[in-house]
Design a protein around this ligand. Structure first.
Ligand SMILES: C[S@@+](CC[C@H](N)C(=O)[O-])C[C@H]1O[C@@H](n2cnc3c(N)ncnc32)[C@H](O)[C@@H]1O
Length: 307
């Protein structure tokens, strides 16, 4: 296996987020099986598989071709199975095959290589076409949403997924300034709604909103959670890392529904409150600052009538 800190041609350094906490909560043991739903560049996967010591019953999923190519190189000859699909489709297929896992992890959102690869259009730091697709086989791009969607629909996307206070004004600006073909033009149009801004660039919320809409992120998280619980072996652990309040709310509510103060459940909450990154990690990897880790476990050998 390779080292934790990963370098590649499109980003400088890749740090798996909150990796000490992830290992502490997932507690991988020799011989256990692992399902990584957002394997990305294999940082967490590498650390988990180094502890389970077997890979041939484990599965790494990602919907990004770049990530899959990278995973293929990294885990060549290890026997680990790679799936190039969105995690909802992958989780359903694995369940149909009656596969279960001792350890399941989803580290949601985009990867640093997404943000640092100019041509993917995720960031307004670089001039690029408005793309933002994690899976480049998909048709819908951010460009289509910005240039073709009705103003009202844009407003809803900006408000719901970006929590943008000026959603209505920005939606109108977008429609009035069509065509908007590049990341930098989009950022400058959005900035017109926030003259004299300081600190955070006002386009940050718009970019988040568009990315969530392009990749249908919230629906996929919401729908995959029950399948992940079904995929856990008795004694299995499931951890999810989120990066914004919208997805964290979904995970928090679902975990408390299935593992909160109930007596008729075989699930146990491992995190009453979310685990947050340390200050040291935030300094080393600023992207980790909004991360929240939540986890549940499936109770082993729960007998009928057990509380
Ligand atoms: C934050 S990165 C994961 C990094 C990884 N944990 C590591 O240590 O290298 C998130 C990855 O999840 C993938 N991803 C996001 N949503 C997905 C989905 N619905 N289905 C499959 N992959 C997804 C992205 O393409 C990206 O590579």
């Amino acid at each position: 296996m390779t080292k934790n800190k990963d370098t590649n041609s499109t980003s400088q350094i890749h740090f798996p987020v909150m990796s000490d906490n992830v290992l502490a909560i997932l507690d991988p043991k020799q011989g256990e099986t692992y399902l990584d739903l957002t394997a990305g560049y294999g940082g967490h996967a590498n650390q988990v598989l180094e502890r389970t010591l077997v890979s041939n019953q484990s599965v790494l999923v990602d919907r990004d071709q770049m990530a899959i190519d990278r995973l293929r190189n990294k885990f060549l000859g290890s026997g680990v199975q790679l799936i190039h699909k969105d995690f909802l489709t992958a989780a359903k297929e694995l369940l149909e095959q009656k596969r279960t896992f001792d350890i399941v992890l989803a580290d949601l959102g985009v990867s640093s290589p997404h943000l640092n690869t100019a041509s993917r259009g995720f960031s307004f730091r670089f001039e690029a076409p408005l793309d933002m697709r994690m899976d480049q086989r998909q048709e819908l791009t951010a460009g289509t949403i910005v240039n073709d969607y009705p103003q009202k629909e844009l407003e809803v996307i900006l408000r719901n997924y970006g929590e943008e206070p000026k959603a209505r004004q920005i939606a109108k600006l977008l429609v009035d300034n069509r065509p908007i073909e590049t990341t930098t033009k989009l950022a400058s149009v959005v900035a017109q709604a926030w003259p004299g801004y300081s600190k955070v660039h006002p386009a940050t919320r718009t970019f988040q909103a568009l990315r969530i809409a392009v990749n249908d992120e919230l629906r996929l998280v919401k729908e995959v959670l029950p399948h992940l619980v079904d995929s856990l072996s008795p004694g299995g652990r499931l951890a999810i890392i989120t990066f914004h309040s919208l997805e964290d709310r979904i995970v928090k509510q679902y975990f408390s529904e299935i593992a909160g103060d109930r007596y008729d459940t075989d699930m146990r909450l491992l995190t009453k409150k979310p685990i947050l990154p340390s200050q040291d990690e935030i300094v080393l990897n600023p992207r980790s600052r909004s991360a929240k880790l939540r986890a549940v476990a499936k109770i082993k050998n729960k007998k009928k009538g057990d509380a």
